[in-house]
Design a protein around this ligand. Structure first.
Ligand SMILES: *Cc1c(COP(=O)(O)O)cnc(C)c1O
Length: 387
C-alpha cells in the first residue's frame, strides 16, 4: 500500500506507520533446509496470501528455488497463482464447487475432492476433459474435509475409476502432528496406507510442517510445508535454524514522560507507580497487532501472564495498557533516556522479537499472527539470491 501515488517505495517504507520486511532469502533457505531433510519432493503451501506474506512474491521465489507443487486454499487463490506460475502443479485444498468449473479448467488447477459430492462434480468434468487432474482428500481423523477411507478403497475397486478417472494425488491431513507422541499420528498413517495400497502408483502426501518432523515414514512422495517455510515453530521436534520470514515494525510517534499515579490507554488498566517513559507507536489491532496482546485490561492477562513486548535498539520493551485500533503504547522506562526518539521503529516481531512469543502473549498461534498481517503494513521485499 502506498500512502500517496507520487511517493517512492523507499520513502513510503521510511515513513510508514507500520511496515513489514519480507525476507524471501530466508523463506528460500527454509525451503532448502527441508529438501535436505527428506527424499520427498518439497512443495509449498501458499494459501491465505502465503500466510499473509504476499503470495505474489513468495511463490515465484520458491518456484525458482525448485518447488513444483503448490497448495492454495481456494480456486480464486489458484487462479491468481496461475498468473505467476505457468508451469507449477497447483492444488486447491478446499476442492471445487458449482460455478468454479471453468476457472479450474482454464487455470489447470488440481482441486482436491473433499466429499463424494465434490468428487461427483469433478468426475463429470473429467469425463469431458480427460486431461483434467484432481486429488482426493482422505478422511483419517480430522473430520473436516475428506472422503472416508472405506469409500476411497471401494472407488479404487472400480476398474473404470482406477484406469481413466483416477486421481493424480492422494492426501490426508494430520490432526496432532505437533504432538509427536499423540496416538492419532500412527492411526492416521495406518488408514492412509490402506487407501494408498488400493491406489498403487498414485502419488501421495500426508505431512505439513510438523508432520515432516515425525519422521520419514510420514513423508511419501510430496511434503506440504507452510509454517516452517515462514519461520514459525511447527513442532517441538523442528530443528533450530529456520529463519524468520518477516520483520514487522511500527513507528514511534511520540516519546513522553508519564508521572507517578497516571494511567495509560482505554480503561485506565495500567497505572505507573513511579515516573516512567513511554513510546507511542503507529500500529494497533487494525494492523493485526492483536488486542489480546495488550499489557493489561484484556482477558488474556487475567492469569497474570505478560503481554507482548517489542524490541528497539536491543532493548525488550513491554506493551502497557490496552492496544488500540491504530496505536500502541510501550514502556521504555528501562531504555536510557534519549535512546528512542520519534521516527525510530520498534520491532513487533521478526528477527529480534520472536513470533512465537507474540503469539503466546495473544493466546493464539503463530499461524494467526502471520495471517493477521494485513492490509495496512507497507511492505518491503528482500529478494532471494539465486546462484
Ligand atoms: C495449511 C495446510 C498445510 C500446511 O500446514 P503447516 O502446518 O503450515 O505446514 C498442509 N496441508 C493442508 C491440508 C493444509 O490445510
Amino acid at each position: 500500500m502506498t500512502a500517496f501515488p507520487d511517493m517512492s517505495p523507499e520513502v513510503a517504507f521510511e515513513t510508514a506507520p507500520a511496515r513489514a520486511t519480507i525476507h524471501l532469502d530466508h523463506i528460500v533457505a527454509n525451503w532448502r533446509a527441508l529438501t535436505r531433510l527428506s527424499k520427498a519432493r518439497v512443495g509449498a503451501v501458499v494459501k491465505t496470501d502465503a500466510y499473509g506474506l504476499g503470495m505474489e512474491h513468495v511463490a515465484p521465489a520458491l518456484s525458482r528455488a525448485g518447488a513444483k507443487d503448490f497448495f492454495v486454499a481456494t480456486v480464486p487463490e489458484g487462479a491468481a497463482l496461475r498468473n505467476q506460475l505457468p508451469e507449477a502443479d497447483i492444488f486447491v485444498l478446499t476442492g471445487l464447487w458449482d460455478g468454479q468449473e471453468r476457472a479450474a479448467l482454464e487455470n489447470r488447477l488440481i482441486p482436491v475432492a473433499g466429499s463424494l459430492d465434490q468428487l461427483g462434480l469433478i468426475l463429470r468434468l473429467k469425463r469431458e476433459h480427460p486431461d483434467f487432474r484432481y486429488g482426493l482428500m482422505i478422511e483419517t481423523g480430522m473430520n473436516r474435509l475428506g472422503i472416508a477411507a472405506g469409500d476411497a478403497v471401494k472407488l479404487a475397486g472400480d476398474r473404470r475409476f482406477r484406469t481413466v478417472l483416477a486421481p493424480c494425488h492422494l492426501m490426508s491431513h494430520l490432526v496432532a502432528s505437533d504432538e509427536p507422541g499423540h496416538w492419532l499420528n500412527r492411526k492416521q498413517r495406518e488408514s492412509f496406507e490402506e487407501v494408498g495400497a488400493a491406489f498403487a502408483g498414485v502419488e501421495s502426501s500426508l505431512a505439513g510442517s510438523a508432520g515432516i518432523f515425525l519422521g520419514e515414514e510420514f513423508h511419501y512422495e510430496v511434503l506440504r510445508p507452510g509454517l516452517a517455510l515462514y519461520g514459525g515453530m511447527s513442532s517441538p521436534r523442528q530443528p533450530q535454524g529456520f529463519m524468520p520470514a518477516v520483520t514487522v515494525e511500527a513507528r514511534v510517534l511520540q516519546v513522553k514522560t508519564v508521572r507517578a499515579g497516571e494511567t495509560v490507554s482505554y480503561g485506565a488498566t495500567h497505572r505507573f507507580h513511579r515516573e516512567g517513559r513511554v513510546a507511542v507507536v503507529a500500529a494497533g489491532y487494525g494492523d493485526g497487532w492483536l488486542r489480546s496482546m495488550s499489557g493489561s485490561g484484556v482477558k488474556t492477562r487475567a492469569d497474570g501472564s505478560p503481554g507482548a513486548h517489542g524490541v528497539v535498539k536491543g532493548f525488550a520493551v513491554p506493551v502497557v495498557g490496552r492496544i488500540t485500533m491504530d496505536l500502541t503504547v510501550f514502556d521504555i522506562s528501562a531504555v536510557p533516556e534519549g535512546f528512542v526518539l520519534p521516527g525510530d521503529y520498534i520491532e513487533l516481531f521478526g528477527e529480534s522479537a520472536s513470533l512465537e512469543n507474540a503469539a503466546r502473549a495473544a493466546g493464539t498461534i503463530s499461524y494467526e499472527m502471520l495471517t493477521a498481517i494485513g492490509r495496512r503494513y507497507v511492505k518491503r521485499v528482500r529478494a532471494a539470491h539465486f546462484a
